[in-house]
Design a protein around this ligand. Sequence first.
Ligand code: F58
Length: 835
Amino acid sequence: EELAQVPSEQKAAWEKYTVPEGNDVDSIARSIVHHTTTTLARTPYNMDDFGGYQATAHSVRDKLIQDWNETQQVRYGWYHTIKDPKRVYYLSLEFLLGRAMDNALLARGLKEPYTEATKQLGFKIEDLLEEERDAALGNGGLGRLAACYMDSLATLDYPAWGYGLRYTYGIFQQKIVDGYQNEVPDYWLTYDNPWELPRLDISIEVPFYGHVSKYSDENGRTRHKWEAGEIVQAVAYDVPIPGFDTNNTINIRFWSSKPRKEFDLAYFNSGDYNRAVEDQKKAENITSVLYPNDNHMVGKELRLKQQYFWVCASLHDILRRFKKTDRPWSEFPDQVAIQLNDTHPTLAVPELMRVLVDLEGLEWDEAWNITTRTFGFTNHTVLPEALEKWSVPMLEHLLPRHLQIIFDINLYFLQTVEKSFPNDRDLLATVSIIEESQPQSVRMAFLAVIASHKVNGVAALHSQIIKDTIFAPFIKVLGPDRFTNKTNGITPRRWLHQANPDLSNLIAKKLGSFKFLKELSLLDGLSKYANDAAFQKEWMDIKYKNKVRLTNLIKERTGIEVNPNALFDIQVKRIHEYKRQFMNILGVIHRYAKLKKMNAAQRKEVVPRVVIFGGKAAPGYYIAKLVIKLINSVGEKVNNDKDIGDLLKVVFIPDYNVSVAEVIIPANDISQHISTAGTEASGTSNMKFVLNGGLILGTVDGANIEIYEEIGDDQIFLFGARSEQVEDLRHVQRYRNVPMNPELQAVIHLIENGTFGEPHIFQPLINTITVGKDYYLISVDFGSYLESNDLVDEAFKDKKAWAQKSILCTARMGKFSSDRAIKEYAEDIWNIDVS
Ligand code: F58
């Protein structure tokens, strides 16, 4: 379109000089040298690994931009713009992308020539890859899921975009000082970020505060006008996401807040320099920091501002793109699907209504019809403390018109409920978007449910639980069809091919190709070799190599030396009471005490174990931070006990993040996913561990259940109370005097008598299972947890059987590819396909 307007003479020139760079070693080396001397303004004489990384990154970036252009832009015209298909927009406040370079090289099949080119220039590619800092714009599972989904959307050639916030500070870095977690700001943009393209020309004005006035339009209709009190500018930064083995390169648009220039000028003119500078700071504050809580809601105004800022900019960007096509509004839902990743973007609902009704002049009912056909909503938790509620006065102050619209949505909704269920006042109160608390608050999940044509949970059990509990009354009101399940998935590109290249290569050798990376159920072809001794050896040799790699990382980051022949038992995830890392370390203490009582003959029979922990605690989550301290205190004692030696080691790996996970996960023999039944919506690391040939020790919760259904009960050790029992068990714990599990009592006694240092430090933690009545049922599950641990040891003694289990784990993980999940979303929720 644009190029067509260039006079033919220049057009020929444009075409003549559009010479794509080659993918051969020479061209790549040339581009790295070029970026070294120009982009970095450095010379071969002052290069180090970081410079080598930067120059290489810029060279890779060039290729991604070219693919991005071809995918997105009108003038080159490819699928997205020529066919103008229905697009899907994934709105997520978090994208936990991790590193980009290795991923891009593997996606484009360029790892080999880049390895060779950098080698010729005097570098080792592994060292360069290590120089990259993680993009850590997320807390945990929810943000990483968004990243896996973007990878699948790109790989499967979907016309999709993500929208997020460009936080100046991502999730904090964790330092361990004297066994305690300290938080250090993650200023990840210190040395430019080659993986983003600043789009300073794309900027959207986002209004806040002010007041609403009414007026009559030319048809005599009452209309509303919101006059903002403050306007902040949203500037776009685009991050290309390359698909694997396709040129399709999609985009995540991250918004950054900037002050609006006109405002500054006004203050400058009146001589109020300080005020202008203050405003600048205030505007930049909005996207400055990622809130570091997982599964916990904080009702801060700045957080609400972030949400609206992001939603408003994203929606206007989407609307602008739609408007270019001159279609009627009624076709909007045929062109646009918007997925709400949790309730964080739910303000998009009143914002779309505001645009359609206030600005575009549509009737309410038509606008509502368009809105509900556009949105889908994914719920990720049932924990009450995580469900978003915003205070009505705060909303009224920050977004006065949106609050009115929310009240109107609620009014119309309750009227339809009233019609179908006359005189059921209780029902009206339970489904109301407005909670009659002091002050009133808005239940964002209810708003999202009412405004979306599909609501999904993230694993089968979780999707059932939301229907039975938090959204139960909506089944009655909206019917069961609105609710559906979309079991989470993970990208095998990052979590197998990139993280575990040796295993990926072995599998490809066995299956004849790398096709399994795009069609994961092909892994099933490994099953028939599970018993093959030669294959088992190759398989377990790779496992051993991966364990050595982790052993080195542990030594480097903690100073602890572990034996790679021991059983590696891993629990890495955010630290949270419901995830029960506390139970794990209590189990470790039990093991330690048991070892201490053994004689030499008994010790000979023991399977040496390395228990590995990792994960961040929210900075304000006191109990979670005490769990970290306890793990480190136990490690201190056990690891320095000469009498124990290699039989037991306890490691806390600091600063768990995506790139560390890529080293940890391939080294697992077993991983723990031991949440109280009914609390972990899905979990996704469970899938990554099993894909890498590990067994699971877990509760009957989240995706563990579906993993069990796929891999079979010889590959997974399930224990503990079932979710249906949890409510009763809690009641019993709370109101009857049930004695604590005796083994647990003995463990608590060891902590209290000072075996692991000053006992008073841990008293608040112990209180959660004694005075706190054990809400997460550690005492109830402790016995069966210990039994399962013993079964793990027994199984590990049989090396041949274990190898077979390990192979079968990987072979049976086909279902858990994020490709499968994305296809289900596309078909059942977004109604898009690629053809
Ligand atoms: C996680 N949620 C679930 N939330 O806990 C996990 O079971 C699931 O596998 C995963 O989502 C993907 O579906 C989660 O990570 C958060 O971290 C939110 C961040 C923003 C504040 C509220 C919690």
